[in-house]
Design a protein. Structure first.
Length: 561
């Protein structure tokens, strides 16, 4: 990658410096290492874009490595979901790897540690170990089992592997320094007993490596050149390097861990533990609920993958954690959909409109453009008839001069059709308008042909023909949390901020061209926003999710509060 092409972030500067210092370009290799204990969220999306983006920029391989070292929380479902998310975002991995691929090698290395006096089996309880570890300001004390003989440690460790002991009775610890300033270096745990079925290795193992032990050694085995982690792993770097020191062969590439800041998104949570809580307690309808910050939720809501990639590029890579306003993500979504989504007509709050001077029984199929952003304009046909639905808010009996929609005695254009004039209304016993009667100008048809009217009026409204309209379930989403930073106050449960009005389900009417729309098809409902077809949709029951509005109305609402 040429440094002249763009300004480099600090991680790219590290790579460039390593290349200048002799690292061969063909030795560059990156990885994305998710744990398959939940679905990926928007924070993972940034990490995906970072690592796979570096792979593209440097034309280097990127491994997808699953950190499957905790069978108590991991499932094949999560593995499949993670792979689907990455592919959907448009990235390809060089190798599909698993920490479990290296269980035997990690075990063999651990045995070597014991033989060299660098690891021992500890038989204290977790409570005893916590006391013995000390505090950031007070050094720890040695375990009473720290000086077990090599033979005893080897025997116990093998018996741990063979399943002879119960969970919690023994662990394997690295022997480093119980007085170290970094508490992670105070004889960290390398293995614990877990008698759980593993989704790949079955019941072959009764002990499983800790992340700190498996992480760096997996990087080394895969010859990863740069291991980029979020900032909470900064204190772990010293341990990462210590473990590598014990196995490193200087004829090979030594992985380098460096850290970048997590990017949190406003009005969301991005902790997998909290997202799982939302799912299990049924505050949402699954991991792919469109209100969730998961990639699968964003996909179901209709966010295009390129919008998420553009968002990650826009926020960039930083050294400090900060809160990104979700409206920036929505701006990227809106910008992308504006280029790609076909324009269609739908009415979500309908009132009946009758054109009194339009012939009974007559219908026309009028020409409508699909997307004005297209390089080569394409068109579709929409049906027009005497009785239509329009949006209730597009009509007022009396209005001020700034209301450019339909009123009694004024004219407005029906999109792709005729100019109409409001004449009268019919109301029910409660005074609610049930019908609007109007007349149309037969010579005012819009369109691209020579017969198109040149007459101008200030307002244009959308509509659907009642005889042709298709009812549709429309799901309108609001922020899942009322608080900008639901994780911000640790004294308050984040669920206290759940928005009870985050989902509204209404019945609307759409033009007949949408009858054949398929899952995830995206549209702009003219003047209403962007919508996509939900997976619950069927030919007999169309379901749409609102993706995002045509403009950022939320910012205006918040500024008034």
């Amino acid at each position: 990658m040429s440094t002249e092409e763009k300004s480099l972030n600090f991680l790219e500067q590290i790579i460039e410096e390593d290349l200048k210092n002799g690292l061969s370009n063909d030795k560059l290799r990156f990885r994305f290492p998710p744990e398959p204990n939940g679905y990926l969220h928007v924070g993972h999306a940034s990490a995906i874009c970072l690592n796979f983006g570096l792979g593209i920029d440097y034309q280097s391989p990127v491994n997808l490595r699953f950190d499957d070292t905790n069978p108590a929380k991991e499932e094949q479902e999560y593995v499949d979901a993670i792979k689907k998310d990455i592919e959907w975002m448009g990235y390809k991995w060089a190798n599909e790897c698993y920490a479990s691929d290296y269980f035997q090698q990690l075990y063999d290395w651990a045995v070597e540690f014991i033989k060299k006096g660098k690891a021992y089996v500890d038989s204290q309880s977790s409570e005893e170990m916590a006391k013995q570890k000390g505090t950031p300001t007070q050094v720890g004390t040695d375990s009473p089992y720290r000086n077990r003989s090599v033979e005893e440690n080897l025997d116990l460790f093998e018996r741990m592997k063979n399943g002879e002991f119960e969970e919690g009775t023994h662990i394997l610890r690295a022997k480093i320094d119980m007085s170290h300033n970094n508490m992670l270096m105070r004889d960290p745990i390398m293995y614990r007993i877990l008698k759980k079925h593993h989704h790949r290795t079955g019941n072959d193992w009764c002990i499983y490596p800790m992340y700190d032990w498996a992480h760096g050694e997996s990087d080394y085995l895969e010859q990863i050149s740069h291991s980029f982690c979020t900032l909470e792993f900064l204190p772990h770097r010293e341990l990462y390097d210590w473990f590598l020191d014990q196995v490193y062969d200087d004829t090979k590439v030594r992985p380098k861990q460096r850290e970048f800041a997590r990017r949190n998104l406003s009005h969301t949570v991005v902790s997998k533990r909290k997202l799982l809580q939302l799912v299990e307690e049924k505050h949402v309808n699954g991991w792919d609920d469109p209100r969730m910050s998961t990639i699968s939720g964003m996909r179901r809501r209709g966010y295009p993958p390129m919008a998420i990639r553009n968002f990650a590029k826009t926020i960039g890579i930083a050294k400090r954690t900060n809160l990104i306003d979700v409206s920036l993500l929505e701006f990227c979504v809106r910008e992308e959909l504006n280029k790609t989504a076909p324009r269609v007509m739908a009415v979500l709050n309908p009132v009946k409109l009758v054109i009194t001077n339009y012939p009974d029984g007559q219908e026309e199929w009028l020409e409508a453009e699909n997307n004005p952003e297209e390089e080569v304009m394409t068109y579709r046909k929409v049906p027009f008839s005497k009785e239509l639905y329009i949006e209730r808010e597009d009509f007022q009996e009396e209005a001020n001069k700034k209301f450019f929609r339909l009123t009694l005695g004024t004219e407005v254009r029906l999109k792709n059709a005729y100019i109409i004039k409001g004449e009268s209304v019919i109301k029910d016993e409660n005074g609610n308008i049930t019908e609007i009667h109007c007349t149309y100008d037969v010579d005012s048809k819009s369109g691209s042909g020579t017969e198109a009217s040149q007459r101008k009026v200030k307002g244009t409204i959308h509509w659907v023909s009642i005889n042709h309209a298709i009812p549709a379930e429309v799901r309108v989403y609001d922020r899942l949390f009322t608080n900008e930073n639901p994780d911000g106050n640790k004294e308050i449960d984040f669920k206290e901020f759940i928005n009870p009005n985050s989902l509204e389900i209404i019945t609307g009417y759409v033009e007949p061209s949408l009858q054949s729309a398929k899952d995830l098809d995206q549209f702009q409902f003219q003047r209403l926003g962007y919508f996509c077809v939900d997976k619950d949709s069927s030919a007999s029951n169309l379901v749409f999710n609102k993706t995002v509005g045509l403009r950022d109305t939320w910012a205006k609402i918040e500024s008034k509060e």
